[in-house]
Design a protein around this ligand. Structure first.
Ligand code: MN
Length: 386
């Protein structure tokens, strides 16, 4: 009997979540704001343009359009990238975007062009750029900039006239969006810590919180790798109250915070690593769904699976991962909600370094809540990195 209950709970848990990331209302912590879906897409597009991974960039561009970025907004991100990553990476990004749009057009998808930049009338371009930089940094900017600007006045002129006037004067993106793009590109690159740190400061002046930047660096970890993400996290910790991952609460303290019991170990046929499952509410005559509490220890995850009628996951503790087939791996954290559509092949589990607990609300169709598929390999779990 116990085992039957366990099975029921398990298939509730594993119903497939969708890619929607609704933000829950968090009574006790209403100041905590997450990046929006379009902002997360800016992180993905900028970082993958910077490191030149065009396969992943192609996916990220499609996700960005689906998340609501317009064609012109994405063009602006890719154009801005040339100032930080050079013409070759920027042009590769633009060509990849052309291919994505062509492909979508052939499929009959109509993407929104979006607004174009408001034209700027004349004036002293250097002065416009200098003023923009003053606004961004909140500090007076001498002409030329002391140090490198005095040593090489041409680079000072290019920075002011071109980057901070020509590019930043375009109002297709706001300064917050531009800083998300810049910080993400710099976080993806080696050897640019001083520039990254000055843009983290500017980004926080543009309204980005330390938590939001931490969330961006979690995405950098997924797209680019742990090493680059950790460098960025250290810079963020230096400039804010952000705590890098290795200072996150231990598994023990995370588990003592959970509301519902951990339950019993889930079967190896459905999970890799150690996973606990507790049935909270079974399917009844009135409730055509089941609710279970699932705890994944660090590194543990479900097998690939689908849900015939969809599933909703409420993350109640820790940091986990969620992936739909063909999409990038998403980081999911305490307080986040994942809505998974019916018949979408996916998996969910803990991140490599933290446990994750979610409540799974699984809809039932013809008595079925889940169809189990193959295990998630170590390589898939690492985002197909060696
Ligand atoms: Mn599922």
């Amino acid at each position: 009997m116990k085992y039957i209950l366990l099975l029921a709970v398990l298939f509730l848990l594993t119903s497939s979540p969708g890619n929607l990331n609704a933000q829950t209302t968090k009574g006790e912590k209403s100041e905590m704001q997450y990046l929006t879906e379009t902002e997360k897409s800016i992180v993905s597009i900028a970082s993958l343009t910077a490191n030149g991974d065009l396969e992943k960039l192609r996916t990220a561009l499609g996700v960005g359009l689906e998340a609501g970025l317009t064609v012109n907004e994405i063009k602006e991100i890719l154009v801005q990238m040339y100032a930080y990553t050079g013409f070759p990476r920027s042009l590769n990004g633009i060509n990849t975007f052309r291919a994505v749009l062509d492909e979508r057009q052939k499929k009959g998808i109509k993407d929104t062009e979006g607004k174009t930049a408001t034209p700027i009338s004349g004036g002293d371009k250097y002065e416009r750029g200098r003023k923009t930089l003053e606004k961004l940094t909140g500090e007076p900017q001498a002409k030329p900039a002391p140090g490198n600007g005095e040593f090489a006045p041409r680079i000072d002129a290019f920075l002011k006239e071109h980057l901070f006037a020509d590019i930043f004067d375009s109002d297709v993106l706001n300064h917050r969006q531009r800083e998300i793009a810049t910080i993400s590109a710099l976080a993806a690159m080696d050897g640019v810590v001083p520039q990254l740190e000055s843009h983290i400061s500017i980004g926080m002046k543009a309204g980005l919180t330390a938590d939001q930047l931490g969330e961006a660096f979690d995405l950098i970890e997924t797209h680019i790798g742990r090493k680059q993400a950790d460098i960025a996290r250290q810079s963020l910790a230096k400039l804010s109250s952000y705590k890098p991952k290795d200072q996150l609460p231990t598994e023990t303290s995370l588990l003592t915070d959970t509301v519902f019991p951990k339950g019993e170990k889930g079967p190896a046929d459905w999970f890799t690593g150690t996973v606990y499952v507790q049935m909270l509410a079974p399917t009844t005559e009135n409730n055509n769904f089941s609710i279970g509490n699932v705890t994944f220890e660090a590194g543990a995850r479900s097998h690939w699976h689908t849900h015939p009628a969809g599933q909703t996951l409420l993350v109640t503790n820790g940091i986990g991962l969620y992936q739909e087939k063909g999409q990038p791996i998403r980081t999911i954290k305490k307080g986040e909600v994942v809505i998974c559509d019916k018949n979408i092949e996916h998996w969910h589990g803990a991140s490599p370094d933290s446990q994750m607990t979610h409540i799974a609300i699984t809809n039932i169709k013809d008595g079925q809540g889940v169809t189990w598929l193959k295990p998630v390999t170590d390589k898939e779990y690492r985002g197909n990195k060696e």
